[in-house]
Design a protein around this ligand. Structure first.
Ligand code: GBH
Length: 482
């Protein structure tokens, strides 16, 4: 490129690929020495998933992993984001419990096969599947002193076993979801909540904040370990990935402008502010007072600066109005209906998701200005309304998802090339339709259709769109010689 030419492509080392998580795809729950995770029994309890189905088979990817990698290679992805199942690697989870060699062998072979296909492994250590034994023994994330040590040991086993080949690590997926959905709303495992209709145990006003604190510390001490004992030899990067959607004031009233910031403080700042800035957001302290745990000065030193990059999972935009009593949203009400009665965007299958690509560009700018680190977008995607009840041929024409990704990729390019935001990676969610947690198999996020009767995979139009878009919009190595 000559100096007079304006860049119109993403840089050549931009990483893109698709994402998944262990419990959502693997199945083979009782195979090769795997221990149970908190999702195994939870998903089998009546009423916990929309279709009453569990994760025992999912997309059968533990057995079909070679086919999955062949499809990724066919798509031509540069990278694949997947997560490790803690209870396959350490069936009972704890720091003195035995490591399962068959669990290590599975992921080791998987990583080797990715590398043989030239696909960069992007590995999440924890995507919500806590070993059941740790929950039973001491309450899992509720017990800071125990869980931090057990998590560090798990991380160490993974760095030792895979770190010679894995150079991109994510410690945790979406701590807000772990805390709020698991211990506040009680809709995700372990399902604790103050709502006694939902759970015999739990305290939604205290437990989520305790859990969030444990997750931050577990992340931070695992990163410290990586930096002190592995980074020099292995040379990888390690960080956390946070969920968070753009918050837009419902109108320009000062209360609603402030409400939008409060929404961001609880959705994102709760974790990002301590990790990148070294303190909980002032608004969280004001809202929760003594219910918000405190870091010791020694802990804070470990927490601040504990992520090499900003890992971002984002799906939608919420219009924000001051009020209500939902602390999990910062005492802010969310809506998709504008003051003039129009909808923000196309409605997805899930109530919480509408398509509003401008919000993605705003969020990238907000994160970049506030946290000042390169951004890896590790999840972003759309579930087409009623896709599960369409015949396959129709489901493959996933126009709403294609439009979603058209909007998002345009916003991504504008953020990088016009706004100067340093985005280094983009992973659409998800590689495959899969076990969508409390939605069971009703909600489909895949760019690849999975026929659960046969476990056949069929690329949707959205997969074709994304493959072509990234092929066209990343600078080729040989660009200079053109
Ligand atoms: C991701 O979370 C997950 O990482 C992934 O495993 C999952 O399959 C994917 O989304 C699709 O859902 O109405 O209060 O219950 C997305 C972030 C944040 C989206 C919480 C749903 C619901 C909030 N999620 N949100 S609430």
């Amino acid at each position: 490129m000559t100096s007079t030419e304006v860049a119109n492509k993403l840089p050549k080392d931009f990483i893109w690929g698709f994402a998944t998580a262990s419990f959502q795809i693997e199945g083979s729950a009782n195979v090769d020495g795997r221990g149970k995770s908190i999702w195994d029994d939870f998903s089998k309890q009546p009423g916990k998933t929309m279709d009453g189905r569990d994760g025992d088979v999912a997309t059968d990817s533990y057995r079909l992993w070679k086919e999955d990698i062949a499809l990724l290679a066919q798509y031509g992805v540069k990278s694949y984001r997947f997560s490790l199942s803690w209870s396959r690697i350490i069936p009972l989870g704890g720091r003195n419990d035995p490591v399962n060699p068959r669990g290590i062998a599975f992921y080791s072979n998987f990583i080797n096969a990715l590398l043989e296909h030239g696909i960069i492994p992007f590995v999440t250590l924890y995507h919500w599947d806590l070993p059941q034994a740790l929950h039973d023994k001491y309450g899992g994330w509720l017990n800071k002193d125990e869980i931090v040590q057990d998590y560090i040991r798990y991380a160490k086993v993974c760095f030792q076993a895979f770190g010679d080949r894995v150079k991109h690590w994510l410690t945790m997926n979406e701590p807000w979801c772990i805390s709020i959905l698991g211990y506040g709303r009680g809709v995700f495992a372990p399902g604790r909540s103050s709502d006694r209709g939902r759970s015999p145990e739990g305290n939604s006003s205290t437990e989520p904040w305790i859990v969030g604190h444990s997750v931050i510390l577990s992340h931070a001490y695992a990163v410290k370990l990586y930096r002190e004992e592995f980074k020099a030899a292995q040379g990888g990067q390690v960080g956390i990935t946070l969920n968070g959607d753009w918050a837009m004031p419902y109108n320009d009233s000062p209360q609603n402008v402030e409400a939008a910031q409060h929404a961001l403080d609880v959705a994102i700042g709760w974790f990002a502010d301590p990790i990148y800035l070294g303190h909980y957001p002032g608004y969280m302290k004001q809202m929760l007072r003594e219910r918000l745990p405190e870091f010791t000065p020694e802990e804070l030193k470990v927490v601040k600066g504990s992520s090499d990059f900003y890992g971002m999972n984002t799906y939608t935009t919420n219009l924000c109005r001051d009020g209500g009593d939902d602390e999990f949203q910062g005492l802010v009400e969310y809506t998709f209906i504008r003051p003039d009665g129009t909808q923000l965007g196309t409605q997805a299958h899930c109530a919480w998701l509408q398509d509003y690509p401008q919000g993605f560009r705003h969020l990238l700018n907000y994160i970049w200005k506030r946290y000042k680190l390169p951004i890896y977008v590790t999840e972003n995607g759309f579930a087409v309304k009623d896709e599960h009840s369409k015949p396959i041929e129709e489901a493959l024409q996933d126009d709403d998802r294609v439009n979603y990704f058209k909007g998002i990729t345009a916003s991504l390019k504008a953020a990088v090339l016009e706004d100067g935001v340093d985005v280094r990676a983009y992973f659409p969610w998800s590689f495959l339709d899969n076990f969508e947690w409390a939605d069971g198999y009703v909600t489909r996020f895949g760019v690849t259709y999975v026929d659960y009767e046969t476990q056949q995979r069929y690329p949707k139009e959205s997969a074709k769109f994304l493959v072509k878009w990234f092929g066209d919009n990343i600078d080729a190595d040989d660009r200079k010689s053109q």
